[in-house]
Design a protein around this ligand. Structure first.
Ligand SMILES: Nc1ncnc2c1ncn2[C@@H]1O[C@H](COP(=O)(O)OP(=O)(O)OP(=O)(O)O)[C@@H](O)[C@H]1O
Ligand SMILES: [Mg+2]
Length: 150
């Protein structure tokens, strides 16, 4: 089923100049970028985005991290892309993440794990609406669709 996922390169990914390398992984897989925005997440947006973790001991450190400098927010589209992207991103703890995943290859610490990806269709919908207006999300054909999908 064609899905949309919300994916965000966190401040460390942007500041470490990893945007191009990370973006390539999604593009080369055959996924389609349909929205993108560089933004500084403020405390309110961070608290809404990570609301499920508000009672966890790491919450205030997580908000400090996410609000520390610009992030790159995206909407990515593709067949079953929510679970495919979670696999490409890798485990929450980069030391445990498989090599070949983004976290496994580029990060060392759970508190600096460089990227976020939606974990279910309902969180994807909620997160996309939190970060993007509908006129910032694009519908367009990719030319090699017939080589990506049977
Ligand atoms: N024990 C921890 N110490 C520090 N930071 C943590 C810890 N656990 C989670 N975090 C931070 O909170 C984020 C959200 O945690 P969650 O359990 O939702 O993991 P995730 O779904 O893999 O990550 P994300 O939601 O960012 O895609 C993690 O990506 C990480 O940045
Ligand atoms: Mg999560």
């Amino acid at each position: 089923m064609i899905e949309k996922s919300f994916v965000m390169m966190k401040p460390d990914a942007v500041s470490r100049r990893l945007i191009g390398k990370i973006m390539s992984r999604f593009e080369e897989k055959g996924l389609q970028l349909i929205a993108v925005k560089l933004l500084q997440v403020d405390e309110e947006l961070a608290s809404q985005h990570y609301g499920e973790h508000k009672d966890k001991p790491f919450f205030s450190g997580l908000v400090d991290y996410i609000t520390s400098s610009p992030s790159l927010a995206m909407v990515i589209k593709g067949d079953d892309c929510i679970s495919v992207i979670r696999k490409i991103v890798g485990a929450t703890n980069p030391k445990e993440a498989d090599l070949g995943t983004i976290r496994g290859d580029f990060a060392m610490d759970t508190g600096r794990n460089i990227i976020h990806a939606s974990d279910s269709p309902s969180s994807a919908e909620r997160e996309i609406n939190l970060f993007f207006n509908s006129n910032e999300i694009f519908d367009y054909e990719i030319s090699d669709q017939g080589w990506i999908y049977e």
